[in-house]
Design a protein around this ligand. Structure first.
Ligand code: ZN
Ligand code: ZN
Length: 167
C-alpha cells in the first residue's frame, strides 16, 4: 500500500500489517485457550512415525495448555478431539500439524509460553491477506487504522518491517 500524510510517504506491506494485527489478537487468545476449545464433531486424524508418536504422547499436556485436546488412537495415530474455535477456518489441521512439528523438532526448549507465541504467529500468518491480493480503498484505510492501534505497529511477528517511510 502507498500512503501519505503531512510528514511523508509510506510504503506498507499489507500482509505484514495484517499479520501484526492478527498476531496481537491471537496472542491474547492463546493466553486463555482452554475456555474457547470446542469438541469437534469429526475429530482430526494425525499420523506420525513411531519416534514422533513417542514425543507427541509425552507432550499431550502441553497441547492442552494451548487448547488442543488430542488422544492416542492406536499405533502411531492420534485424534484431535478439540481445539479453540477461533483457529482460522479451513486451516485447523495445518495449524495442529505445525504445532506438532514444532514440538517434535524443538522438544527440549519448547515451553508453553513459546508454543503459544509460535502458534499465534502461525494463526496470524494463515488468517492474513496475501501480498498480491487487491484491496478496496476502504479496506486499505481500515487496515492502516487497525495497524495504528497495535502495540507494535513496526514489524510483523516474524520481525519483518511493515512500513518504510520517506520524508
Ligand atoms: Zn506471513
Ligand atoms: Zn511475518
Amino acid at each position: 500500500l502507498i500512503a501519505q500524510n503531512e510528514t511523508g510517504l509510506y510504503l506498507i506491506d499489507q500482509h505484514a500489517a495484517h499479520e501484526r494485527i492478527n498476531y496481537e489478537y491471537f496472542y491474547e487468545r492463546f493466553g486463555n485457550p482452554a475456555e474457547a476449545s470446542q469438541e469437534l464433531l469429526v475429530p482430526i486424524t494425525l499420523e506420525f512415525t513411531p519416534s514422533e508418536a513417542t514425543v507427541i504422547a509425552d507432550k499431550l499436556a502441553l497441547f492442552e495448555q494451548a487448547g488442543v485436546y488430542m488422544e492416542a488412537f492406536g499405533g502411531n495415530t492420534f485424534l484431535v478431539r478439540a481445539h479453540p474455535h477461533w483457529f482460522p477456518a479451513g486451516e485447523e489441521k495445518a495449524i495442529v500439524e505445525e504445532m506438532c512439528e514444532l514440538i517434535i523438532s524443538d522438544r527440549k526448549s519448547l515451553d508453553i509460553a513459546k508454543l503459544r507465541e509460535k502458534a499465534a504467529i502461525m494463526c496470524s500468518c494463515k488468517a492474513s491477506i496475501k501480498a498480491n491480493q487487491s484491496l478496496s480503498i476502504l479496506e486499505m484505510e481500515t487496515l492502516i487504522d487497525r495497524l495504528a492501534g497495535c502495540r507494535n505497529p513496526y514489524t510483523c511477528p516474524h520481525g519483518r518491517p511493515i512500513v518504510v517511510s520517506f520524508t
